[in-house]
Design a protein around this ligand. Structure first.
Ligand code: PMP
Length: 296
């Protein structure tokens, strides 16, 4: 497997970092999770430009001067997938500080790597059981929530481990006000009739899948409401589902052991999941603008 590291395609066994790496010690890397899908016109990357925009935005929030243009990264990503002979895959670009100890990264070298590998289903079950986490999502004034900074993920990991240990498939984190925020690596939606609700952008990473799903729902004439949602409101909803690049669309059957609808995948979740699967594979012309084809 090749990895693109600082402008060169190298064998993954040689793509290593020194131990005294700033981002390893302090969580100061920024990264993306992107998926590439097999379409009738060859592999295509879903919303690649938007992911690269978010990556560069994340880098800026943590003071990194990125020594590559967005165009360089777009090109390198496409070539990497070709070189690794992949069709459907997960793409992980990461920008990290290099050798420098001490919290302030001023003067630390900035490194850029891109990996791509085959990665199937993220959550095992089609309808998952989730636990409202005792760990609160990071306070929006503790960091920049729209940035995908590796350090944020200690919050996600602790919540996910706790949920697993308690026998659940995944966690659901509340924000500091007690409103529903998001999963460790997923945004969440709730359905009631033709209305779909999702938490406001305050205490979440506003995902690109979330954005795509809002567009798709509106095109299907659903009313989409971004609002604060209290855990006590969950009983009023007929369906719930997660969205995210890795999970794609994944139904939620139970929250804190209480059934959502019948506990299986609901009609709206199923409809959106199927539409999403078609859209990312280029089958619906209207949404092909979201795809970056590799063989062009
Ligand atoms: N929230 C968190 C905390 C995440 O890590 C992710 C995955 N990047 C998401 C939401 C979903 O974001 P996206 O749809 O852009 O993958």
């Amino acid at each position: 497997m090749f990895i693109w590291l600082n402008g060169k395609f190298i064998d993954s066994s040689k793509a290593t970092v020194p131990i005294l790496n700033h981002s390893l010690h302090y969580g100061s890397a920024v990264f993306e999770g992107i998926r590439c899908y097999d379409t009738a016109d060859g592999p295509a990357i879903f919303r690649l430009k938007d992911h690269i925009d978010r990556l560069f935005y994340s880098a800026k929030t943590i003071g990194m001067e990125v020594p590559y243009s967005k165009g360089d990264i777009l090109e390198a990503t496409k070539v990497l997938i070709k070189k690794n002979k992949l069709k459907e895959c997960y793409i992980r670009p990461i920008i990290f500080y290099g050798e420098k100890m001490g919290l302030l990264p001023v003067g630390a070298p900035v490194h850029f790597a891109i990996a791509a590998w085959s990665w199937g289903k993220y959550l095992e079950k089609d309808s998952v059981s989730i636990k409202i986490s005792p760990y609160v999502r990071i306070h929006p004034q503790s960091s920049v929530m729209g940035a995908k900074i590796s350090g944020h993920y200690s919050n996600s990991i602790i919540a996910a481990l706790d949920a697993k240990k308690s026998g659940f498939d995944e966690a659901l984190l509340l924000d500091y006000k007690g409103n529903i925020a998001e999963g460790p690596g997923e945004n969440i939606f709730f359905v009631k009739g033709k209305k779909v609700f999702t938490p406001k952008r305050d205490s979440i990473l506003p995902g690109l899948t979330r954005d795509s799903v809002i567009r798709i729902l509106k095109d299907k004439k659903f009313a989409v409401v971004e609002k604060n949602i209290r855990p006590a409101e969950i009983k009023n909803f007929e369906e719930a589902f997660f969205t995210g690049t890795a999970v794609e669309i994944n139904a939620i059957g139970k929250i804190d052991n209480k059934l959502i609808g019948k506990g299986n995948i609901g009609t709206v979740a199923k409809d959106i999941k199927e539409s999403y699967a078609d859209i990312v594979r280029g089958k619906i012309p209207k949404y092909r603008k979201w795809l970056d084809f590799i063989n062009v």
